[in-house]
Ligand binder design. Sequence first.
Ligand code: SF4
Length: 213
Amino acid sequence: MQKSKHERNWLESLLPLFKQYKNMKHPLEYQNRYQLVVVVILSSRTSDKSVNVASKKLFQQFPTLASLSITTIEELYPFIKSIPGFRKKGTWLIELAKQVKSDEDIPRRQKELTTLPGIGRKTANVIMSESGDTMEGVIVDLHVLRVAPRIGLATGTNPEKIEKQMMEIFPQKYWRQLGMSLTFLGREICRPTNPKCHECPMNPVCEYFKSNQ
Ligand code: SF4
């Protein structure tokens, strides 16, 4: 009889994937935690590349959260107008800067991070993952949302439910590696159309691959 997703040793099955992406660097460019928060908020539903281009001049003009907190939305727009949703994202950034005030005061816990404008669970998980903080969840971005159900790690399309299912399967100390590895797998191999299954390290256990043989 086939094992259920909880009976299968998923950790063992994913170790090759963790190894493959162990030293991968997040494509968003940042130098400190203030910059990390800004680029992650700006990157929602747009490409990391466009954020990296815009953020260079943005950080020259606004090098700290404090400098961002005293700007006006009109002064900020020219730096982010190439980013989809820039009006909403710009408002969030200034409001967040006013609330937090200094770079050192950016929260390190998910509960506090998610009270800030523009930061939901996924954004908080990315910030915590990149900061090396103790993970309190698993990153479920658009890639993970697609890849995890394909493999059979989770079911459904609700990001929070998918995150919860994976948190139940994997010990907490693997949550960072899990989210990042699945994200990279989705970016590089498990694309929305024509996933490159024959070069994927997950193909021995992947339910999508097995059902398409
Ligand atoms: S085997 Fe194919 S469908 Fe499964 S995770 Fe890899 S690329 Fe995606």
